[in-house]
Write a protein that binds this ligand. Structure first.
Ligand SMILES: Nc1nc2c(c(=O)[nH]1)N[C@H]1C(S)=C(S)[C@@H](COP(=O)(O)OP(=O)(O)OC[C@H]3O[C@@H](n4cnc5c(=O)[nH]c(N)nc54)[C@H](O)[C@@H]3O)O[C@H]1N2
Ligand SMILES: Nc1nc2c(c(=O)[nH]1)N[C@H]1C(S)=C(S)[C@@H](COP(=O)(O)OP(=O)(O)OC[C@H]3O[C@@H](n4cnc5c(=O)[nH]c(N)nc54)[C@H](O)[C@@H]3O)O[C@H]1N2
Ligand SMILES: [Mo]
Length: 782
């Protein structure tokens, strides 16, 4: 077993890279062998198998790789390749030694990549960067907490502090963390959700009164049609492929709507089945709709128009009249609006043919029970909120909300990003939540909204942030406009990051900084009150218990709960109305408060200890009740934008490679897309390459074009001919982030608009050997 970090720098030079053909299926035998490979290598067989079999089991820990739902009857080995990578990455025995901090200056570490930083191993001791120094140095936990307490107490206003959360944080931690921020007097609680499903929450909230998935796991197997939009489950939610396979076997049609041909949506070889190991696997998409980026709202509207047209031709048979009359408002306005929809605009905005749209509309009307799932391909556009409201419109027309086998299914990213929001991690929690907090804890929570992620970077740039505390995450790399974010972080007085691994945010700091190492989800958490468990909420509103299984990598680590409570005790002492010390001793006491403050958590401790979890109530799903101002589900009229792309330009999206978790890079490969050893690539349709006079294999600089005329550029990217829709291109996140200005966000949700950016390519080298044959842009060609 190797327990050393790589000493040499990791070569990320594009000239080393290998490009092969993209794959047409996902997650069969190579899925398992690839997943076990790194686990065996780094962790040793016994330790790794033990952890992988404990993952997602009733008394084990919840997989931290995504928020996909668990089936009711879990099988041993219900893990996926990318879950295994996440476990390996966290449970590595490699730790950063004390000597590392004196050997490496912060400026020298900034020369390294995220990949190299993460590969150095786990953070195991608190370290401090004093003002004017270029090195971190070890500090005791007590001194670290004293320092944070002093800086917080010295603020002129609580709004000079900001408390960021990344979505891996468990419910209990999230609850006391927001309590800390609000007791201090600020709603500055930005989180990764601001960059993720914020558009979903807003759109669904307006349409049906709740921003969460209206389906349960079992609904997938009962659906007649599942439309997967703007999502790459083969990489980002691999266990979802099993649900799609089950649905398919039960007779469902599956449609993929995506500019890129994604292997996991074409065919799935289930590693848990003999058929998946030796056979061809299950073909998934019956129809693959290669849409132009940002065109999804137009597609939804065009299908809604066909629904109305069919209803006119066959009155009383197409709309779900009973459902609409009883539950919906806004039908007539929507019908009148859709009647004016210009067909040519639809074709231009979607890049699709009339026949493709007709085919999807026919599938939609044939199916009694339809689920539409989506993720970042929809939420990160300028008119993302409108796009998602068009999905809701289409579903409502045929009563596809609140019936078995049907519903709106946003698939969340981080494993507890949904739970964090339920617990109050939001800069604009509604008054009812703040009232409940006030009643439970006897203080006046602040009522004005705090900063979201983009606003928090703007506040830093304006010199308004003296203390930044981050519960996980790596905002400087995750947010758009890297240069602006770096400048912002360098102006913060004290930057405190609670983390498991080193990342760029630790290196992009102002006067003072602290890195506080914490336990991961795999590790056993023992407090004065005995071993503790935590809880998380998945994409379908199921609360699960999660318990660590291995000894923490160092006995110097503190749990996230310990860190939050000890900061709070420094600020508020031990005599106040909130018993922070009690929280740390026994997490049941936190759950008792959650039960009082948040609806749906009745008998929280009892149900978690006894049943390991439960499903939260959900009005539209359970009883077709809609908590909107009208008490009805709202069919809405939305103006959609058409993204102009001048001649010679492309619409660029940034997405995840197969071997990364957000800003964490596991390797430089993207197996399903045929890429090895580099992340500096840009995927372009072969016909667009011909049109631009650029060839596969060429090295280009990518410039984005915005009205502010600032030249934002990423350099030396290798062009890869790829089956994406015409006029569109793709690159990886976070490498693409410098191209998106901070102010370029979705209307309403303020989510960085990273999925359709107008760019031009400027070749820096004419041709490189080893380019591959341009793949065909159609399913039939594969
Ligand atoms: N292994 C792994 N798992 C993860 C993550 C990870 O990084 N690694 N991240 C987690 C997180 S936080 C999240 S939010 C999720 C993200 O899960 P995904 O949303 O699947 O993530 P992306 O890689 O951004 O993929 C976006 C998909 O949308 C498509 N797309 C882009 N633009 C458009 C468009 O305009 N219309 C349509 N219809 N499609 C479009 C892209 O081609 C791509 O297939 O995954 C979670 N799970
Ligand atoms: N261009 C572009 N930008 C994007 C996106 C995109 O698709 N395109 N996607 C956006 C999305 S969907 C999201 S969710 C954000 C992600 O934004 P973040 O959530 O801020 O980023 P992550 O990369 O998930 O955070 C990784 C860090 O979390 C820490 N960590 C890991 N596990 C734990 C733990 O158990 N406890 C603690 N305390 N720390 C831990 C590690 O130190 C690691 O370095 O990025 C967004 N940015
Ligand atoms: Mo996300």
């Amino acid at each position: 077993m190797s327990a050393k970090a790589p000493i040499e720098d990791i070569n990320e030079n594009a000239t080393e890279m290998v490009v092969g053909d993209p794959k047409t299926w996902a997650a069969g035998v190579p899925g398992v062998t690839h997943s076990m490979g790194p686990a065996f290598l780094e962790m040793g067989i016994g330790r790794s198998l033990k952890l992988l079999t404990d993952m997602n089991q009733k008394d084990g820990f919840d997989c931290m790789s995504c928020a996909w739902a668990d089936p009711d009857h879990r099988k041993t080995f219900e893990f996926c390749e990318n879950g295994a990578k996440a476990v390996t990455w966290e449970a590595t025995p490699v730790a950063i030694p004390t000597t590392f901090w004196s050997a490496h200056s912060i400026s020298s570490l900034l020369e390294k990549s995220e990949y190299w930083l993460g590969m150095q191993g786990r953070l195991i001791e608190p370290v401090y960067k004093p003002k004017g120094k270029d090195h971190y140095e070890p500090i005791s936990w007590d001194d670290a907490f004293t320092l944070i307490g002093d800086r917080l107490k010295a603020l002129d206003s609580a709004n000079e502090a900001t408390f960021y959360t990344s979505g891996r944080t468990a419910n209990e931690t999230a609850f006391i963390y927001q309590l800390l921020a609000r007791s201090l007097g600020t709603n500055n609680l930005p989180d990764c959700s601001n960059m993720c499903h914020e558009s979903t929450g807003l759109a669904m909230g307006e349409a049906i009164g709740i921003g969460k998935n209206t389906v349960a796991y079992k609904d997938f197997a009962q659906a007649d049609l599942i439309i997967v939009m703007g999502q790459n489950p083969g990489t980002n939610h691999p266990r979802m492929l099993t649900a799609l396979e089950e649905a398919k076997e039960a007779g469902a049609d599956i449609v993929a709507v995506n500019p890129l041909l994604e292997a996991g949506l074409i065919r799935y070889k289930n590693p848990q089945k003999v058929k998946g190991i030796i056979g061809h696997g299950t073909g998934l998409a019956d129809q693959y709709v290669q849409i132009r980026a940002g065109g999804d709202g137009w597609l939804m509207k065009a299908i809604s128009k066909r629904v109305f047209d069919a209803e006119t031709a066959h009155p009383g048979t197409v709309l779900d009249h009973e459902f609409i009359e009883e539950n919906c408002a806004g039908l007539e306005e929507f019908k009148a609006h859709v009647a004016t929809l210009d067909h040519d605009s639809v074709l231009r905005a979607t890049g699709l043919t009339t026949a493709e749209i007709d085919e999807l509309a026919a599938r939609y009307m044939k199916a009694d029970k339809v689920i539409i799932t989506w993720a970042m391909g929809l939420t990160q556009h300028k008119d993302a909120v409108a796009i998602i409201k068009e999905i809701m419109n289409l579903l409502l027309l045929r009563g596809n909300i609140g019936k078995p086998g049907a519903g709106a299914s946003p698939i969340r990213g981080h494993s507890n990003v949904q739970g964090d929001r339920t617990m109050g991690i939001w800069e604009q929690m509604p008054p009812a939540f703040l009232d409940a907090l006030q009643q439970e804890f006897h203080f006046d929570p602040p009522r004005e909204n705090g900063f979201d992620t983009v606003q928090s970077v703007e506040a830093m740039l304006a010199g308004k942030t003296k203390v930044w505390i981050a519960m996980g995450g790596n905002l400087v790399s995750a947010v758009s406009d890297t240069a602006a974010a770096e400048a912002g972080f360098r102006s913060v007085g004290l930057n405190v990051q609670v983390s498991t691994k080193l990342n760029r945010n630790h290196l992009t700091v102002g006067d003072e900084a602290l890195i506080l190492p914490t336990m991961g989800r795999t590790e056993i958490d023992i407090q004065a009150g005995g071993p503790q468990m935590l809880s998380v909420e998945d994409s379908v509103c199921a609360i699960h218990a999660t318990r660590g299984k291995i000894k923490p990598i160092s006995d110097k680590l503190l749990s996230e709960v310990s860190i939050v409570t000890r900061i709070a005790r420094q600020v508020f002492g031990d005599d106040g109305p909130i018993n922070w010390a009690g929280f740390e001793e026994n997490y049941d006491t936190i759950r008792d408060h959650i039960e009082h403050v948040i609806k749906g958590f009745d008998n929280f401790n009892e149900r978690l200890h006894r049943d390991n979890g439960f499903i939260l109530p959900h009005g539209p799903r359970d009883s077709r009740t809609f908590n909107t101002p009208t008490g009805k589900a709202m069919i809405t009229v939305n103006e959609l934008e058409y993204i102009e792309c001048p001649a010679g330009r492309l619409l660029l999206q940034s997405m995840r490679a197969h071997d990364q978790f957000n800003t964490t890079i596991y390797s430089l490969d993207d197996r399903y897309r045929g890429i090895k050893k580099s992340r500096k690539v840009i995927f372009v349709h072969p016909d667009d390459l011909s049109m631009l006079g650029v060839e596969d294999g060429q090295i280009v600089d990518v410039h984005s074009e915005f009205t502010d005329n600032v030249d934002r550029v990423v350099r030396d990217f290798r062009v890869v001919a790829f089956p994406t829709s015409r006029g569109c291109a793709a690159t990886y996140f976070p490498e693409g982030n410098p191209l998106v200005p901070l102010g370029s966000t979705a209307d309403g949700s303020n989510t960085p608009a990273s999925k359709a950016v107008v760019v031009r390519l400027e070749p820096v080298e004419t041709y490189r050997a080893g380019s591959r044959r341009a793949p065909e842009g159609t399913l039939a060609g594969i």
